[in-house]
Design a protein around this ligand. Sequence first.
Ligand code: FPP
Length: 237
Amino acid sequence: MRGDVNRPRHIAIIMDGNGRWAKKRGLPRTAGHAVGAETFRTIATHCKNIGIEYLTVFAFSTENWKRSDEEVATIMTLLEKYLLEAIDSMAENKIQLRFFGDLTPLSAKLRTLCQETQGISETYESELQVNICLNYGGRDEILNAVRACASDCLEGKIKPEEIDHECFTKHLYSADIPDPDLVIRPSGEVRVSNFLLWQSAYAEYFYTDTLWPDFTASELNHIINEFSKRQRRFGGI
Ligand code: FPP
């Protein structure tokens, strides 16, 4: 399936609707995140099976710290659980893991797990690279890249007029991977929410009312099929 121009190489997903999924069932919001984490597993495996090369998911934004301590702790515990399980199976599953975001405010345990899984990932060839956005914000990412370019100028490595797309994007978390072709947002919200602001300049957006815990591989297939019918012009005619 790879190499087909109508097939996305890189899919990005805002995993939204976990809280509403739980509320509809009279369950605590945290139950929605637990099912959402399972959906993530299913979708990542499916992406690998159908030859998607990159999957980027929004797991925790720079603004999500405003949620209750209990909810934040649950999301962090789910991430820890996933990473602990992933460590044993990543090489066999041919999935590499990377993290986009500022990991410094995370617990030492979670940070170590992120570093460990990222380190292991670098030791083998994978079929799918999964990027987990964790304490991530698109504007922060752009500001960090601006600061890095400014430092390069001050150190005389580059002149301001030489700053171009290529040297700017080297300072983004996504430095060495292609931009997302397709961004999916479940749960009926039609917003970008600070997700991959630079990288999604020419992405095709798909919104669905399905809440993330109910999202399935077959809905993803349907979206990929719709994507293949869109005419991407990248600003041309
Ligand atoms: C958005 O739904 C979801 C989150 C802020 C957390 C996403 C986290 C997971 C799916 C679990 C851990 C992830 C991995 C990769 C193992 P919401 O809570 O904003 O839902 P709502 O809009 O219905 O309230």
